[in-house]
Design a protein around this ligand. Structure first.
Ligand code: ADP
Length: 257
């Protein structure tokens, strides 16, 4: 992609993606590119297809039509596992294995790939520092950790192999407002400092604005508009965009007043 004379390499390229579940058209002919180091936030009403779109990128959802390219490679059955190693994935509630300790959750994939135990231990400890997780809690089970700590462990797991791409599906959605605000700031710093390419799902416009280089507003399996918050607010592509932005703004105002 070339914008104003600068060339950006697309790390994630979705072309003509459609996916139906029976009569439900979850995704309708979506094309979207995410540039290296960009944070692209998918937002929209519940059921509009955000998670389904995210999950096409790591092959957890196979589209009916269209192609997914990751780091220049077209995703297919034979390369899906190796491509997944370039992608960290974190979901709401953390999605940790409840019977494994925090440490075991973090190192699981690296150990499966045959990485030496010593380097895994060291990497887990470095990630504690990066994600501000208390080292002495590494041997706790997820159920013994707070929601915020579980989310930190989930992020550490996503970062374990130092993937260039992160898929974050409502990663802060289950947290109470104070912890959420704290983690929003820390997570943004981590993403910026590490230079990751990020696709982030949220239903909260202030959170989208906090993280996004570009907001992609979806409706009924399609992209309603993509751009900055200011573009969506000042130059809405249609009535839906206008109503979505003003409804979220009045919700934020109500919460603050
Ligand atoms: P969002 O993340 O925006 O809330 P989803 O991507 O989870 O939306 O879902 C989009 C639509 O696809 C919804 O109508 C949902 O019910 C449907 N859907 C998603 N996954 C499945 C599935 N595995 N089986 C059947 N329907 C699904």
């Amino acid at each position: 992609m070339i914008v104003a004379g600068f060339e950006f390499s697309l790390v994630v390229e979705l072309s003509g993606i459609s996916k139906s579940y029976g009569s439900v058209h979850a995704l309708r002919n979506i094309s979207l590119g995410v540039s290296e180091g960009e944070t692209c936030v998918l937002i929209g009403p519940s059921g509009c297809g955000k998670s389904t779109l995210l999950r096409t990128v790591n092959g957890l959802v196979l589209p009916d039509t269209g192609t997914v390219r990751v780091d220049g490679e077209t995703l297919n059955e034979s390369n899906v596992q190796t491509i997944r190693h370039k992608i960290g994935y974190s979901i709401q509630d953390g999605g940790l294995f409840p019977h494994l300790s925090a440490r075991e959750n973090v190192v699981l994939l690296a150990r499966d790939l045959g990485k030496p135990a010593d380097s895994c231990r060291q990497r887990a400890e470095d990630l504690c520092e990066l994600c501000r997780f208390p080292r002495h809690r590494l041997d706790a089970l997820p159920g013994e950790l707070s929601g915020g700590q579980q989310q930190r462990v989930s992020l550490m797991r996503a970062l374990m192999l130092d993937p260039p791409i992160l898929l974050l599906d409502e990663p802060l959605g289950a947290l109470d407002p104070m912890i959420r605000a704290e983690l929003q700031e820390e997570l943004r710093q981590i993403i910026r400092n590490l230079g990751k390419t990020v696709l982030f799902v949220t239903h909260d416009l202030p959170e989208a604005t906090h993280f996004a280089d570009r907001i992609v507003l979806m409706r009924a399996g399609q992209i309603a508009q993509a751009g900055s918050f200011e573009e969506l607010r000042n130059r809405p592509a249609n009535d839906f965009v206008k109503q979505f932005v003003s409804a979220q703004e009045s919700l934020t105002f109500r919460q603050k007043s």
